[in-house]
Design a protein around this ligand. Structure first.
Ligand SMILES: [Zn+2]
Length: 152
């Protein structure tokens, strides 16, 4: 069991206005590769922030400073045993592929509240975008600028 070191922010890479359910995420990540999934044992994220700003828990978490084996989510290869991953619904333009910050006002508020609360509980845990750990566009917005803006 490792100490929690990173909160990693992701996007679902879906176009603006398209909702993604917990079941969608579970199917994308845990269905066998032969059925169009990734074949993972566990979903990639602990929490999902829906278009209306509601936060839904996908994987149990006891909110302490350690990542228990049952809390591990598969968001970023090489970091999962010491990370918590969260995701907002959206992140690409209408064309379905160009990275774009599509967060609704409600999602921005929810993410702000989530991050501030998390930072209060875990002040030494680094908060980063997926793009800080891997060569990706995810989460399609400037996480360091966002953190600065909300005072973290
Ligand atoms: Zn990601």
């Amino acid at each position: 069991m490792a100490r929690l070191e990173f909160l990693v922010i992701h996007c679902t890479a879906t176009p603006p206005g398209r909702e993604v359910s917990a079941d969608d995420i579970r199917r994308w990540h845990t269905a066998p590769v032969s059925k169009g999934g990734r074949g993972w044992k566990q979903v990639g994220y602990t929490d999902i922030i829906h278009l209306d700003g509601s936060v839904e828990r996908l994987v149990d978490n006891n909110e302490d400073n350690n990542v228990d084996p049952w809390e591990v989510t598969n968001g970023a290869k090489g970091y999962n045993s010491r990370s918590r991953h969260i995701v907002y619904v959206g992140g690409v333009a209408k064309d379905g592929k160009t990275a774009k910050d599509t967060r609704t006002d409600q999602q921005k508020e929810a993410l702000k509240a989530y991050v501030l609360d998390f930072h209060k509980k875990h002040p030494s845990v680094r908060i980063v975008g997926h793009n800080a750990l891997a060569g990706k566009d995810c989460p399609s917005f400037d996480v360091p600028a966002f953190l600065k803006q909300i005072g973290v």
